[in-house]
Design a protein. Sequence first.
Length: 122
Amino acid sequence: MNWKGKWRNQYGSIVNITDDSNHRISGTFKTALEDSGFYGQQVPVVGIHQGDCISFVAGGETPAGDAAVSYTGLLRDGKMETLWFVVADSAIKAAAAGAPGKKEKLNWWRSMTTSADTFERV
């Protein structure tokens, strides 16, 4: 399986896999979502693949603190069907409506978000 190339998900975010040698993945990820902490950044991606199975991760600094996202999925009908997890170290919180926000560390059980994305080659 050749994983190299650009893959776009249903929101317009792009994973660009530049190397897939030796069952390893490397490249970049750029989100199209303005409400993502990674918006405006191109973050490095590393991971593995085996046959039609793939898993990769990206991480970096966001306005609210450090974060990482991992994708794991399968190639089906030419599409990369994935589940993802985001872990965020902290969030910006305000004491009341209209009050200034400040960065606060999150408990681990508040720091995780998960969903699914479908990527197609572009």
